[in-house]
Ligand binder design. Structure first.
Ligand code: PEP
Ligand code: MG
Length: 536
């Protein structure tokens, strides 16, 4: 921590990876992990086990109904639907029978849920999509039966620091305003959970070993830049942390103007957003609109009209927008797509590859983007994620142009695409380098893996060389090549990327002021010198 002022009284410290800058302080509330099933227990009284089964399912149903009553809109509908599944008499009957046949309560529940899941999956369609919900219900019922805390997002009714073993992007997207900061035991710096936290300006630390051992109510200070957690702050210290954070945010918010090096070389500073809510003044447009973030918890496909409304809301408020078509798969499953489970999902059907199975999804989305662009008078630029081959780029460009999309681009996230950047630019109008995935696939290291963060470091010459190839191809073709991965928002890396020749940097809104400041402090020649040094 650069300035340890308010933390001096801390009783102890933990350190993880800071992934979303800002400081916060408040009491810890832990999100329980799904329970692990213990070894089967010999059963003396099968009737008592059967009664315990019924009690567990009743408790889960009541808890879901309570939460549904407190929620609104679609969230309430989802919770009500889950409560109905937990209350299904066939599920109860099956679990009770297994208990009477000699299984202990936890194993009887586990087996009955497994059977139910299989039956739903076999029905296909909408019901098959609900099969994944059964896992959540099973974890809740088994946790109740084993007298463990209920898994799922807590709702303590006061501001808190959320601590979890791990968090899914859908959980993170659903966090309420009571969450002051989040700290997870697992996760990597470019995981989508980290990205969502950064998008919201929520201080976040991942890969923080031991944090789940902090008892609920412990007052901690969280530094989302350094990754430091100060344990056992007094209320006075916590207030000082919050005040410093407020002052720092006010200072950064005051910075403005287009991106320029010290000698005036322009570099567009753009925003990465997941919805209109993430838009902030002070940038030169949107460089990455992650459209899948709009629909993370959806069980049914968003309609054409709903998509038009969501895109138009962004188009109407931003100077220029680069929309990315849905990037589903791996840690960003979109339940409404009903994609089959995969053994190795990061190398499977994700991003543009989903189009192989479900071409209508892309067609509807392109139609909706084109309609929203017409309605708002915006020249939307559209790009596809995970483009790997020329054939994919050509096919995407042809379809997008046929819908009336003005500028069509490809993300470079796979080394194969970077190596062929020059050829890709014969087909598309621009490239946007996704360094999060490009690092994952170049170094063969899972971007969510907390122990592999060093391998994913974008400063490594192999990654920089791939970026240099793309930038050079852009210069030759006279077409823009930007970076929209998390490295673009790093004030130490941004000048280096500019030195390699990229024409725009797209980042979480919270990162813009520091990157603007970093570029303004160096000439283009100095940026190039840094790039040369890093490459060698
Ligand atoms: C990337 O991979 O760098 C990127 C910008 O896309 P995402 O992080 O959403 O996968
Ligand atoms: Mg990506």
């Amino acid at each position: 921590m650069p300035d340890s002022g308010p933390w001096t009284g801390a009783a102890g410290r933990l350190t993880g990876l800071g992934v979303s800058q800002g400081r916060a302080a408040g009491p810890v509330v832990r999100m329980a992990a799904p329970p692990t099933l213990p070894a089967p227990r010999p059963v003396a009284d099968p009737d008592a086990e059967s009664a315990a089964v019924a009690k567990a399912l009743e408790a889960v149903t009541a808890d879901l109904n309570r939460r549904a009553a407190a929620a609104r809109g679609e969230a309430a509908e989802i919770l009500e639907a889950l409560a109905m599944i937990a209350d299904d008499p066939m599920l109860l009957e099956d679990a009770e029978r297994r208990a009477r046949d000699g299984l202990d309560v936890a194993h009887a529940l586990d087996a009955a849920f497994a059977q139910h899941r299989e039956a739903l999956a076999a029905l296909g369609g909408y019901l098959a999509e609900r099969a994944a919900d059964l896992d959540d219900l099973k974890h809740r019922a088994v946790a109740y039966a084993l007298d463990l805390p209920m898994p799922g997002l807590p709702a303590p009714g006061h501001p808190y620091v959320l601590v979890a073993a791990d968090l899914s992007p859908a959980d993170t997207a659903g966090l309420g305003p009571d969450v002051l900061a989040l700290v997870t035991e697992r996760g990597g710096p470019t995981s989508h959970t980290a990205i969502l936290a950064r998008g919201r300006g929520l201080p976040a630390v991942v890969a923080c070993e031991g944090v789940m051992e902090l008892p609920d109510g412990t007052v901690v200070g969280v530094d989302g830049a350094t990754g430091e957690i100060a344990i056992g702050l007094t209320e006075e210290e916590a207030a000082a942390v919050r005040e410093r954070d407020r002052a720092e945010r006010a200072r950064l918010a005051a910075s403005s103007g287009p991106g320029r090096t010290a000698d005036g070389h322009p570099v567009k500073l753009l925003l990465n957003i997941g919805s209109a809510k993430d838009l902030r003044p002070g940038a030169e447009g949107v460089g990455l609109f992650r459209t899948e973030f709009l629909f993370l918890d959806r069980k049914q496909a968003p309609s054409f009209d709903e998509q038009v409304a969501a895109y138009a809301e962004v188009f109407g408020q931003a100077e220029s927008v680069i929309v990315r078509t849905l990037d589903a798969g791996t840690d960003k499953p979109l339940p409404f797509l009903g994609l089959p489970e995969e053994q190795n999902p990061a190398l499977g059907v994700r991003g543009l590859r989903v189009d192989r199975l479900l071409p209508d999804v892309l067609d509807t989305q392109l139609d909706a983007i084109a309609a929203a662009a017409r309605a708002t008078g915006t020249h939307a630029w559209v790009m596809a994620p995970m483009v790997t081959t020329m054939a994919e780029a050509t096919g995407f460009a042809r379809r997008a142009r046929a819908k009336g999309i003005a500028k069509v681009g490809a993300m470079v996230e796979v080394p194969a695409a970077a190596l062929r950047a020059g050829r890709l630019l014969q087909e598309v109008d621009f490239l946007s380098i996704g360094t999060n995935d490009l690092a994952q696939y170049t170094f063969a290291a899972d971007r969510q893996h907390s122990a592999l963060a060093d391998l994913l470091d974008p400063r490594q010459p192999a990654l920089l060389e791939l970026i240099a190839i793309c930038a050079e191809a852009g210069r030759e073709a006279g077409k823009p090549v930007g970076v929209c991965g998390e490295s673009a928002g790093d004030p130490l890396l941004a000048p280096l990327l500019v030195g390699l020749g990229v024409t725009s940097l797209s980042m979480a809104p919270v990162s813009v002021p520091a990157v603007r400041e970093a570029l303004a402090g160096l000439t283009l020649a100095e940026c190039r010198e840094r790039a040369r040094a890093a490459l060698s």
